[in-house]
Design a protein around this ligand. Structure first.
Ligand SMILES: Cc1cc2nc3c(=O)[nH]c(=O)nc-3n(C[C@H](O)[C@H](O)[C@H](O)COP(=O)(O)OP(=O)(O)OC[C@H]3O[C@@H](n4cnc5c(N)ncnc54)[C@H](O)[C@@H]3O)c2cc1C
Length: 370
């Protein structure tokens, strides 16, 4: 007689959200006790060429929370992620793809910073005489940046032998019972499915969340290994996360520096705009003249930067009205079998800095529901 197969658990998406969720799942008591097969289904995988719809590989990325002082849920996710990544960096250093650095924040139009920064090490309020008079308030503290390709690859390594990863476009959750899908995940109905589809949550059938929209981001990659500190200027209110004009300088351990950016809500244009690239170069130089190579600093403003441009990238942050969705959805029925649905998507411009917090929250919600 054939042994009954254990019901698999499926994760849709292989961005930083799907992969951190998978890592926490294989580390959970549920997996330790029963070894449910874990399958990840995704259109895009980390080694793919860059695609604006695969936000995790385009991102800057740095840990700079946007969490409002009263948004305790977001603050908890972001703080927890900082703690996990900072510990990883302390254990293994920059080979993790993480870089710990001094971060300077400039504010125009406000004399306040977000309270969450007070939890970071080394917080200092800078004296007004140390920066331009156009800046109303400035702080510095210790934060970190991530190199997406390296960090994602290491997440895949942590899943080796414990989760199977399939390139598969899932048109709808109900499609999990389609033979082309059961050929991959087995014929037993899944016990649970995690929806970590990023911007794909807008079109994934049985989810089709109309609150999800793209926030287009254009960034420029420079080769500037002399830069070992991060800088940001926020002009105007963040308005809960994506508001105002933000300029940033994000160094990576390999000498690449990402500068940006734009936050164009509802804009699906997937190619760089030349005028935007010029504007980013100008703004980055404006907040941090040291970005110019040491040799031509006394010359014109944007041309020396153009010499060190490696590429210009565009990506769609998976934003959502009402913020990130981490919660149980309605149960899905495949035939007579009930499947738990756990949503973990809609992270907007904060997916890297909240990934471990939201992954742990999503797993805890599944465990409580079983
Ligand atoms: C320019 C830019 C700069 C950014 N900077 C930062 C930063 O500094 N700090 C920060 O925290 N965040 C930053 N972000 C945001 C961050 O990149 C995102 O929040 C995060 O990557 C979202 O991860 P995700 O896994 O949800 O989505 P994604 O990385 O987009 O992955 C979605 C996955 O779901 C799969 N998928 C979708 N639909 C389906 C389907 N129907 N069937 C199968 N698979 C499907 C995709 O193929 C993919 O594997 C930035 C983003 C951009 C674009």
């Amino acid at each position: 007689m054939l042994e009954p197969q254990l019901r698999p658990i499926v994760i849709i998406g292989a961005g930083v959200i799907g992969l951190t969720t998978a890592v926490r799942l294989v580390e959970s008591s549920l997996y330790a006790e029963s070894k449910h097969p874990i399958h990840i289904l995704a259109n895009h995988l980390p080694s793919d060429p860059l695609d604006p719809k695969y936000a995790s590989t385009i991102a800057g990325a740095h840990h700079l929370s946007f969490a409002d002082d009263n948004d305790l849920r977001q603050r908890k996710w972001d703080s927890r992620t900082f703690q996990v990544m900072h510990d990883e960096w302390k254990r293994e250093g920059e080979k993790t793809g993480l870089m710990v650095l001094k971060q300077t924040e400039y504010y125009v139009g406000t004399d306040k910073h977000l309270r969450i920064y007070e939890d970071h090490p080394d917080l200092t309020t800078l004296d007004r005489s140390t920066h331009s008079s156009s800046i109303d308030h400035s702080i510095s503290f210790t934060s970190l940046t991530m190199t997406p390709a390296i960090y994602l690859r290491r997440l895949l390594d942590r899943l080796k032998g414990r989760a199977q990863i399939h390139r598969y476009h899932l048109p709808s959750l109900s499609h999990l019972s389609h033979p082309s899908c059961t050929a991959l995940i087995g014929s037993s109905t899944p016990l649970a499915v995690f929806v970590c589809a990023g911007i794909g949550a807008l079109t994934l059938g049985d989810v089709e969340d109309r609150e999800v929209y793209p926030t287009r981001g254009q960034i420029v990659s420079l080769k500037a290994p002399w830069m070992r500190s991060g800088w940001t200027r926020q002009v105007g209110s963040l308005d809960g996360g994506e508001g105002g004009e933000r300029t940033y300088i994000i160094p990576r351990p390999d000498g690449t520096v990402i500068i940006g950016g734009t936050r164009e809500q509802g804009d699906w244009y997937p190619y760089p705009r030349a005028a935007t690239t010029d504007d980013i170069l100008r703004r980055a130089h404006d907040i941090c003249p040291e970005i110019v190579p040491p040799y031509p600093r006394d010359q014109s403003i944007t041309e020396p930067l153009k010499d060190i441009v490696q590429g210009v990238l565009v990506g769609f942050r998976p934003s959502r009205v009402g913020g990130t969705r981490v919660e149980l959805g309605d149960d899905l029925y495949l035939g007579n079998d009930r499947v738990k649905v756990v949503h973990n998507y809609g992270h907007g411009g904060a997916g890297w800095q909240s990934c471990w917090g939201t992954a742990e929250d999503a797993i805890a919600q599944l465990l409580r529901s079983l």
